[in-house]
Write a new protein. Structure first.
Length: 393
C-alpha cells in the first residue's frame, strides 16, 4: 500500500509539472489547427497559422536570419554555409547567437538575446548542439522546440544522383509530431529501481501535425499521406492520433490517405523504398525520430539529411547529426546537412531561386566525387569541399 501511494504521488507530481507546458502548447494549438466539425478548435487555420514565413525585409532588401553555429563542428560548417550564401548573393543578413545555457532564478535556460532574435526574425538556422547524457541535463534541442512551439519536424530523404548507395530511388518525406509523445519529459522514479515514463498524446497536437502533413503533401504535389502508428498495441494513444488524422483527411479529398504499422513500414522501406516516393508519412514523436534516421541511412547517412522544425511564430532549420567533438577544428566536417537544411529554409522564405542554384552546385559536386569529405568516401577537407561548390556557383 505504501509503495502504491508513493507511485501515485510521483505520477501526480510529474503531471502537475507538465501542466504549465501543456497550457503553453495549448495556447498555440487552438489557433493553428482547424478541426473537423467533430474537432475542438472550430475554425480553419490561415496559412500564417500553420507555419508560413512571416519575416520582413530590412532597408537593404535583405532578410535577417538568426544563425546558431552550435557546438563541436558547428562553427566550421556554419562558416561553409555563410561562404556559399555570400557567393550566391543570397539576400540574407546573419544574426549570430549563442544558445549556451545560462542560469536564471536557479534554472538553466536559453539566453534571452537568442530567444529575442528568433522571435524577431521568425526563422533560424542551427548547427548541432551537444547535450550531456545523464540525469539533470536538459536537451537544448528540446528546449528550443518547446520555447518556440515547433510542432512539426520535416525530414526529406532523397537519393543523390551519382552518389553510390545501396538504393538510388529514395524520395521520402517524414513529418514527425514534435511536442509530445514519449518525449514529453514526464518521467519519475516511483520507488527505488522503478522508473515510470508517460507517453502523452492529445487530439489538438495530433490534428495540428496531421493538417500540416496534408498541406505539405498538397503544396509539394505528393498525392498520398500515410499515418504511421502502433495502435495495435497502444490502442488509446496511437488510436487518438489516427482518429485525428482521419478527421483532417475529410478536408483534403484530393489526397489519398492510409495507415500502416511502424515495424511494417520499416521492413518494407528497406526492402523497396520506391513505393514511398510519392507520399508524406506522418507519425508521433518517437516513431519519427527512429524512422527518419533509418531513412537517412538509405541515402548515405545523417551528413546528407536536411531537417526543418516548423512552428506558428518561428521555424528552425538544423543539421540533425551530432556535434562530432572528436573532429572539431580539424577541417574534416561535412557541411552538407546544414547546407541542405538552409535550402529548406530558403524555400520556406519564398526564395526558391537561390535554393535551386545552390542545390544544383552542391549535388553536382557530390556526384562528381572528386572533392567530397571523408564521411562520403572522399579525402577533401571542409574548405576544399566548400571551394568546389563555390566554383560551380
Amino acid at each position: 500500500m505504501i509503495t502504491l501511494t508513493r507511485g501515485l504521488r510521483a505520477t501526480s507530481r510529474s503531471i502537475s509539472r507538465y501542466q504549465g507546458q501543456a497550457k503553453t502548447f495549448g495556447s498555440s494549438i487552438s489557433s493553428q489547427v482547424a478541426a473537423s466539425p467533430a474537432g475542438t478548435s472550430g475554425k480553419k487555420p490561415s496559412s500564417a497559422e500553420t507555419g508560413a514565413f512571416k519575416g520582413f525585409k530590412l532597408p537593404d532588401q535583405t532578410y535577417k536570419v538568426t544563425l546558431i553555429p552550435g557546438d563541436g563542428i558547428g562553427p566550421e560548417i556554419s562558416e561553409s554555409v555563410k561562404a556559399i550564401y555570400s557567393a550566391a548573393k543570397v539576400p540574407i543578413t546573419w544574426e549570430e547567437r549563442d544558445v549556451t545555457p545560462v542560469i536564471v532564478d536557479g534554472r538553466s535556460t536559453i539566453p534571452q538575446d537568442a530567444i529575442d532574435s528568433i522571435h524577431q526574425t521568425t526563422v533560424a538556422l542551427k548547427g548541432p548542439l551537444a547535450t550531456p547524457i545523464g540525469k539533470g541535463h536538459v536537451s537544448l534541442n528540446l528546449t528550443l522546440r518547446r520555447t518556440f512551439k515547433l510542432f512539426a519536424n520535416v525530414r526529406p530523404c532523397r537519393s543523390i544522383v551519382g552518389f553510390k548507395t545501396p538504393y538510388d530511388d529514395v524520395n521520402s518525406v517524414l513529418i514527425r509530431e514534435n511536442t509530445e509523445g514519449e518525449y514529453s519529459g514526464i518521467e519519475h522514479e516511483v520507488v527505488d529501481g522503478v522508473v515510470q515514463s508517460i507517453k502523452l498524446i492529445t487530439m489538438d497536437a495530433s490534428e495540428r501535425v496531421a493538417r500540416y502533413a496534408f498541406q505539405y503533401a498538397r503544396l509539394n504535389k505528393r498525392p498520398h499521406v500515410t499515418a504511421v502508428h502502433k495502435a495495435s498495441i497502444m490502442k488509446m494513444s496511437d488510436g487518438m492520433f489516427l482518429q485525428a488524422c482521419r478527421r483532417v483527411k475529410e478536408d483534403f479529398p484530393d489526397i489519398k490517405y492510409d495507415e500502416d504499422i511502424l515495424d511494417r513500414v520499416c521492413l518494407r522501406i528497406v526492402q523497396n523504398p520506391a513505393p514511398y516516393s510519392d507520399r508524406v508519412m506522418v507519425m508521433p514523436n518517437l516513431y519519427g525520430d527512429i524512422l527518419s534516421d533509418m531513412c537517412a541511412g538509405l541515402i548515405g547517412g545523417l551528413g546528407l539529411t536536411p531537417s526543418g522544425n516548423i512552428g506558428r511564430d518561428a521555424s528552425i532549420f538544423e543539421a540533425v547529426h551530432g556535434s562530432a567533438p572528436d573532429i572539431a577544428g580539424q577541417g574534416k566536417a561535412n557541411p552538407t546537412a546544414l547546407l541542405l537544411s538552409s535550402l529548406m529554409m530558403l524555400r520556406h522564405m519564398n526564395l526558391p531561386q537561390y535554393a535551386d542554384r545552390i542545390e544544383k552546385a552542391t549535388l553536382e559536386t557530390i556526384a562528381e566525387g572528386k572533392h567530397i569529405t571523408g564521411d562520403l568516401g572522399g579525402k577533401a577537407s571542409t574548405q576544399q569541399y566548400t571551394e568546389a561548390i563555390l566554383r560551380r556557383l
